[in-house]
Design a protein around this ligand. Structure first.
Ligand code: PLP
Length: 493
């Protein structure tokens, strides 16, 4: 094709592009079309392009519109100007080599650390929420009240909240939290010791990166919480599972070897077994941490939900000075998408953690933090927790009721005095697998207990969340489960 015919083709093709319906401006469309043809090789290196004057005349657009597109292509190096000769497609060695390389078909290889990390990242299950562990009653969250508080604090937000900051969070929230933790959990702290994070997960990551080096050991509960384990693994720590029995984690049974740098525990309500760490074991744990110089991470994720006794005193408050970093979250008492949690740090760690957090994660969400402080101060928080507690009691009762046909035949359920799930031991791994597979076919999420073990699981079972669904839904799913258990158990026998 002659040079004249080629430029005529370009103009015709551009006219077609501009006539089709699109939300973008004319200049952006002109630019996008030409750049696309250059990148795909449709317009070859060295080919002449129509001038802005000609584009303006033949496409019936303002000259400035055409100029803006051509100037941008020139500035980005896709087009070159030869004085006296006009505009030409540039020679793009890099684009050509990228086009020739089989990038699209390249095999994706994760790092060794990435591969290991994925073992702690079960695929997120879709389907029915009936038994999803750890999901709170999203339907009960007082959205309108929350919106009002957010709006008010958005309007009042000082300019500093729009900037980069390293304050550790909004003072009002730290103060409200400190009062709450001292009263209800016997945590020893001042507001300055609190660092607001984007959830407990971010707290675990900060602790792992700041207090341990790759290759150091971290003791974790066996079975235990995969979220915390993932954070420790991502920081390069070597995880050492320590068995949990009816009194909680037993540090005497930790494997021989170098001392740990970190010990992760859920003393109020062991996840997922629901055990409260006994006083003797608490003291043994503190003693062991003192002896080895390890930091204890106390994850107190759902202590508000106790149905037959008040919340328990924290491990952190048991001794002074304490080798414990207390981790809290609003994911369970409000909702996980809020992404707000906190650390209670020993005084010596406050400044390093604040600075590192501001550098690694950046602070933010000040409006939500201020709204939350008022939510707590005005008593909405305790009212909401009380309402959730009542709802969870009744959701748990609905689940128990639905499972009665199975419990009458020997299925056992954990005592359910606290938390948001029940633990159901099963007699064999085969039964666990069969139930999970049958549930999947019904699009019901069932969490097998074996998944919570880092090593071989000595006990099969199910972790049945009940907090996130209405009574009718949980009853329907429970009814299905009772029948599935009866049928599969019968088949296996
Ligand atoms: C044991 C445990 N800790 C902490 C969390 C909360 O994590 P986050 O605050 O990152 O949502 C969860 C949530 O599932 C959990 O199960």
């Amino acid at each position: 094709m002659s040079r004249l015919a080629r430029t005529a083709w370009v103009i015709e093709a551009l006219a077609m592009r501009l006539s089709s319906h699109c939300d973008q401006g004319l200049s952006q469309r002109l630019y996008g079309a030409l750049r696309g043809w250059i990148e795909s090789g449709e317009l070859a290196a060295g080919e002449a392009l129509p001038s802005s004057r000609r584009l303006s005349r033949e496409l019936n657009i303002a000259r400035n519109t055409a100029l803006a597109a051509l100037d941008r292509l020139t500035a980005e190096g896709f087009v070159v100007t030869r004085p006296g000769a006009g505009l030409f497609v540039a020679r793009l060695a890099l684009v050509e080599s990228v086009q020739q390389s089989p990038v699209a078909s390249r095999k994706v290889a994760l790092s060794h650390r990435g591969d290991r990390l994925l073992t702690a990242c079960a695929p997120s299950g879709g389907g029915h929420r009936a038994f999803a562990p750890g999901v709170p009653a999203l339907d009960l969250f007082p959205r309108e009240q929350w919106q009002r508080l957010l709006r008010r604090h958005q309007q009042r937000a000082p300019e500093a909240w729009l900037a980069y900051q390293a304050t550790g969070g909004v003072t009002a929230l730290k103060t409200a939290l400190c009062d709450y933790l001292r009263l209800s959990r016997s945590v020893r702290c001042t507001p300055e010791q609190i660092l607001i994070t984007q959830g407990a997960q971010q707290g675990f990551e900060l602790i792992a990166r700041l207090l341990a080096d790759p290759g150091d050991r971290a003791w974790v509960e066996e079975p235990g919480y995969a979220g915390a384990q993932a954070a420790l693994m991502a920081a390069g720590l070597s995880l050492v599972p320590v068995p949990v029995d009816d009194d909680g984690i037993d540090v005497q049974r930790a494997p021989e070897g170098p001392a740990p740098k970190l010990i992760y525990v859920t003393p109020s309500h062991q996840y997922p077994c629901g055990i409260t760490l006994s006083l003797a074991r608490r003291l043994a744990l503190l003693e062991s941490a003192r002896g080895s110089g390890a930091w204890i991470i106390e994850d107190d994720y759902d202590s508000e939900f106790r149905y037959s006794s008040p919340p328990l005193a924290s491990l952190q408050g048991l001794v002074e000075p304490s080798p414990v970093i207390y981790v809290g979250t609003f994911s369970k008492v409000l909702y996980p998408g809020l992404r707000l949690g906190y650390l209670v740090l020993p005084p010596a760690l406050v400044d390093p953690f604040r600075r590192a957090n501001a550098r690694l994660n950046r602070e933010g969400q000040y409006v939500a933090q201020a709204a939350l402080a008022e939510f707590i101060e005005q008593g909405h928080f305790s009212r909401h927790v009380a309402r959730m507690r009542r709802a969870y009691r009744s959701r748990q009762a609905a689940l128990r009721e639905a499972l009665t046909p199975a419990t009458a035949e020997g299925l056992t359920l954990s005592n359910g005095h606290a938390g948001m799930h029940l633990l159901v031991p099963l007699e064999s791994m085969a039964l666990e697998r069969a139930l999970v597979a049958a549930a999947k076919r019904q699009e019901i999420q069932l969490s097998p207990l074996s998944r919570y073990f880092a090593g071989p699981a000595p006990q099969a079972g199910l972790v049945l969340g009940y907090a996130g669904s209405h009574e009718q839904d949980i009853a329907r799913a429970g009814d299905w489960l009772a029948r599935a258990w009866q049928r599969l158990r019968h088949n296996q026998h």
